[in-house]
Design a protein around this ligand. Structure first.
Ligand code: ATP
Length: 513
């Protein structure tokens, strides 16, 4: 059982449980770990995969012509010359003149003044630091003028390091490089989508906020290539035109409910873009089950967004552990910036024939940070009760749907338990636990969000029944082993209430952890 320090923050408590129970913990921990790198343990890997699989099902399901590809993480420097990353992928850095610790200038300012300085250049940022008399948070030393710091990781490849290469800072470049080949291979028509779920690498100056600003992280991104002349057309528009989006426009403070129709007519957002906003919001509210008051799109104005993004709305979730709304994804209309850059850089023609004309496709990007989204799940489903802590994960998120316990290590109980476990493990995410009191085992499973615990006891040997314990209510029912898999499926699919899963077992107080 994780001992929670009384005054520890929710974030500290989640990190403590995550490390103790094999969800996630700092990478290379035994050597002291480096900030911004994490290991997903045996259960965390499952949670991450669960999120990724739902993302795949949702977004690749939008069109028969949206596919996933898998690409190299290390790419030639020419790729990033063309994409602009070598020149422009910079964060503002300020250094303490006394202790020489380096900080992200915008973060220091935003922490101190509580106002956004996104989009300011280095001189303007230096001036804000001076005007506000900001000093080094560590030693109170004077902060030096702000300069730009490039976040790309350089790799020397080959025996003599003759190939100058870089770790990709976003998964997006892969579909742009693969576009021509996949266009030929798929059907030679637009729109066409290429997704990547893969690693991205950024040498973040201050990878704080533990899990939120990483140096190596996973992105799930869908690049949709389309004909720019058709941006205000959408085959499936009817299904979303009345759908209400939760939006914070750049010049407003409040969140407004705006229909897709109004986004199009009153806010000049093209139908193809608004349609995908609706699909992203439905993913968060309907598929992931996030409460609507914790979700918003935030519009970025011209100063805040990358120069090539013509329209940019971030997805922000209200996260208690991080003190408010935080970016977890973005919807970017990138125009022809990417294919144009690679066409010029590689000298390969990337224009294609569609609707009897030659076009250089434009790109709509749906970009999600997987780790931030995993953290958001931990934040949303973490619950503390007087005698326990738990993650109230729905079945699709939970790393374990069903745990199986032998009540005791006696007579035929372990043998029957293993049989029950094996019969369930092909269909469910399962876990077998035989150590400690049953009370302790229940608490351990609560801490990783296991939905149901099945216990094999003396009555199981005679009557061929087992108990099922419900995580949320801590009540139990007794069910026939022969019907167990069916009953669990119905419970996880929410086809039946827990009280319908078997004969009620009079509750004994669960043993202390
Ligand atoms: P931020 O403004 O927070 O630095 P960004 O706007 O640079 O993020 P994008 O380049 O748009 O982020 O990347 C798309 C998504 O990838 C983000 O919405 C976020 O979920 C995720 N992401 C970006 N940087 C990181 C990071 N350092 N660690 C974890 N996830 C990240």
């Amino acid at each position: 059982m994780v001992i929670l320090v009384k005054m520890a923050s929710k974030q500290d408590n989640i990190l403590a449980i995550a490390a103790k129970r094999g969800l996630f913990y700092p990478a290379a921990e035994i050597y002291g770990a480096t900030a911004g790198f994490w290991t997903y343990g045996h259960l965390g890997t499952r949670v991450k995969q669960n999120w990724e699989n739902l993302w795949r099902k949702t977004f690749l399901g939008l069109s028969p012509f949206y596919f996933e590809i898998d690409d190299a993480n290390i790419m030639p420097s020419k790729v990033f010359e063309s994409s602009g990353h070598l020149k422009n992928f910079n964060d503002p850095l300020t250094e303490c003149g006394k202790c020489h610790f380096r900080f992200r200038a915008d973060q220091i300012i935003e922490d101190a003044t509580k106002t956004s300085v996104e989009g300011l250049d280095e001189n303007a940022l230096t001036k804000v630091i001076e005007d506000n008399k900001l000093v080094c948070p560590k030693c109170q030393g004077k902060l030096l003028p702000v300069r730009w710091f490039n976040m790309m990781f350089n790799v020397k490849v080959g025996a003599t390091g003759e190939n100058e290469m870089y770790l990709r800072p976003e998964s997006a470049q892969s579909p742009y490089l693969a576009f021509k080949r996949e266009f030929e291979a798929i059907r030679r028509k637009l729109p066409m989508g290429l997704a990547v779920i893969g690693k991205a690498f950024r040498n973040e100056i201050a990878p704080r906020q533990s899990f939120f600003r990483l140096r190596e992280f996973t992105q799930a991104e869908l690049q949709i290539f389309f004909d720019a002349d058709l941006i205000d057309q959408c085959d499936d528009w009817k299904s979303v035109s009345k759908y209400m989006l939760y939006v914070k426009f750049s010049e407003e403070n409040a969140i407004r409910e705006v229909s897709c129709e109004d986004m199009n007519k009153k806010h000049s957002i093209p139908k193809f873009y608004a349609y995908h906003l609706a699909k992203v919001q439905q993913f968060y509210l309907d598929a992931l089950g996030m409460p609507k008051e914790k979700f918003r799109f935030r519009e970025l104005n011209e100063k805040e967004r990358a120069f090539y993004n013509k329209i940019h709305f971030d997805v922000e979730l209200d996260l208690e552990t991080l003190g408010g709304f935080r970016e977890v994804a973005g919807v970017h209309y990138r125009g022809d910036h990417d294919l144009k850059g690679h066409q010029e850089g590689s000298k390969e023609k990337l224009e294609v024939m569609t609707n009897e004309k030659r076009v250089l496709p434009h790109v709509l990007e749906l970009s999600f940070g997987v780790d931030r989204n995993v953290w958001a799940l931990m934040d949303a489903f973490y619950k503390e009760e007087p005698e326990r802590v738990m993650f109230k994960f729905p079945g699709w998120v939970a790393p374990v749907e069903v745990a199986v316990f032998p009540l005791m290590n006696k007579e035929g109980i372990p043998k029957l338990s293993e049989k029950v476990y094996k019969s369930l493990s092909a269909e469910f995410k399962t876990f077998y636990d035989e150590s400690g009191s049953v009370g302790r085992r229940y608490r351990r499973q609560d801490e990783v969000g296991t939905c149901y615990c099945v216990t094999v006891d003396f009555d199981s040997l005679q009557g061929k029944t087992v108990t099922i314990r419900d995580r949320d209510s801590m009540t139990q029912v007794r069910t026939k082993i022969s019907a167990l898999a069916k009953v669990l499926r119905k419970l996880l699919d929410k086809d039946i209430e827990f009280s319908q899963a078997g004969a009620k077992v009079e509750s004994k107080k669960e043993g202390a952890a």
